[in-house]
Design a protein around this ligand. Structure first.
Ligand SMILES: NC(=O)c1ccc[n+]([C@@H]2O[C@H](COP(=O)([O-])OP(=O)(O)OC[C@H]3O[C@@H](n4cnc5c(N)ncnc54)[C@H](OP(=O)(O)O)[C@@H]3O)[C@@H](O)[C@H]2O)c1
Length: 409
């Protein structure tokens, strides 16, 4: 027997069931593009909740436009959210509370480790998650996949990838048997520095690293693309999402960012997914799965040349560091992620040179055996503790450089 109030609402005008969505990180690059999709298709979606960290002004204007029932702001004052017709939650943990609302899909577009608690809350409360926050899988992949009910694409799974490469692989895997898959392909744009000589990289500043050749994204993921840490995090993400061993996840550099990912089968054939580099495509697919919507993206052009190359792992050390941390498992991926977040912030502040991002991560990884037990990383408390210790270690290793007078400014 269903409670009447729990039945989904039907849009009688279009005859279609509206997807009821909660957008966490609505003021960020993923969140804003999700709202763009919804603006284009108001008949397909109902925005139930919006959450942000501290950008109260944008959150308020989004709430005015999309009329959600709930709004959350992690950092702000009560006056930031008053005089509106929604229920407001304010303060640390408020975005996480919205993850358990009764919705059809929670889009997690929060950046960094902060997104893990929301992923866990959404899955534990039975919600389906369209996941952009790759750090959730990096820090607690095994636990998150257990909560999700199974690998992405399996009938019982409640996790839908939004990262463009993983959305591509997800689509390529449709109708295939696990035993037939010999390799998962992740493409990488190579970032702004792919062709830059190593000696120039030593003096690359934030303004250079933030110039991504093909994608417009938030600052953290853009720096991660420049160091190729992003691809390392994505290798871990793919390993967990699709239950594929690390040695069967292959990274290829594809400067055009049109082929996003693919699957190679045991008979040597491959299925690749191509689309213009437009995040509205995987975001809308994640929110509408298994349906699609025209979001106004340009069609794929078959006139351009597509190239593929091996990544330069000797120069971009973050990629092999991440893969090794993933293979080591336990506390290593949590520590790598935390060290990277600290190092990226310090680089953006001008306190670290570009190559020092990898140095900090390396130093922190060496200290992982001192971080305590990582036997059971299946609670937020346990994962948070490793994250905290790794951040401390990363911060300890950065002022040292400044005192040696090696900082950029
Ligand atoms: N951008 C892309 O094209 C892209 C592509 C693939 C994957 N991703 C992944 O998607 C995630 C989001 O990336 P992004 O580029 O959209 O980042 P972004 O532009 O920096 O936006 C981050 C969003 O998260 C919110 N936020 C930050 N800390 C929070 C917290 N503690 N609690 C609640 N909300 C918080 C921010 O709110 P405020 O605005 O108030 O600070 C903002 O809405 C990342 O994991 C990234 O790797 C992004």
């Amino acid at each position: 027997m269903y409670e009447l109030s729990s039945l989904p609402t039907r849009d009688r005008s279009g005859g279609k069931l509206k997807r009821r969505v909660a957008i966490l990180g609505s003021t960020g690059s993923i969140g804003r593009q999700a709202l763009d999709v919804i603006r284009t298709h108001p008949d397909l979606f109902e925005v139930v909740a919006l959450a942000a960290h501290s950008n109260a002004e944008l959150l308020r204007s989004q709430a005015e436009e999309f009329s959600p029932q709930y709004v959350a702001l992690e950092k702000g004052s009560p006056s930031d959210l008053d005089a509106m017709s929604y229920r407001a939650a304010l303060g640390p943990g408020s975005a996480v509370r919205l993850a358990s609302l009764d919705v059809d899909v929670v889009l997690n577009g929060i950046v960094g480790f902060a997104g893990l608690a929301a992923t866990v809350e959404a899955l534990e409360s039975g919600n389906t998650v369209a996941l952009a926050n790759k750090e959730s899988l990096v820090a607690a992949g095994e636990w998150v996949m257990e909560l999700a009910g199974g690998p992405a694409g399996s009938p019982e799974s409640r996790l839908i990838p939004v990262d463009s490469e993983h959305s591509a692989i997800f689509q390529c895997l449709h109708g295939t048997h696990e035993r037939e898959v010999s390799q998962i392909l992740l493409t990488a744009s190579g970032g702004p520095f792919f062709e830059t000589p190593q000696e120039r990289l030593n003096h690359a500043g934030p303004e250079d690293a933030l110039k991504h050749p093909t994608w417009e994204m938030g600052r953290k993921v853009t720096i991660d693309s420049a160091t190729m840490m992003n691809k390392g995090l994505e290798v871990m993400e793919a390993h967990h999402l699709f239950g594929v061993p690390y040695d069967r996840v292959k990274v290829v550099v594809h400067r055009q960012s049109v082929v996003h990912g693919g699957v190679v089968f045991e008979d040597g054939s491959a299925v690749l997914h191509a689309a213009q580099p437009d995040m509205r495509l995987p975001i809308s697919y994640g929110m509408l799965y298994p349906e699609r919507a025209d979001v106004g993206a340009e069609p794929v052009s078959f006139e351009a040349t597509w190239t593929f190359a091996e990544p330069r792992s000797d120069v971009f050390r973050c990629l092999p560091l991440a893969v090794e941390a993933g293979k080591a498992g336990g506390a290593y991926p949590v520590a790598l992620n935390a060290a990277n977040e600290v190092a990226v912030e310090r680089f953006l502040d001008g306190a670290l040179e570009f190559p020092e991002i990898a140095d900090v991560i390396e130093e922190v990884l060496e200290r992982v055996p001192n971080f305590g037990s990582a036997d059971n990383l299946k609670s937020l408390q346990a994962v948070n503790e490793i994250d905290r210790r790794a951040r401390e270690a990363a911060l300890e290793s950065t002022p040292l450089r400044e005192s040696r007078g090696e900082a950029r400014r």
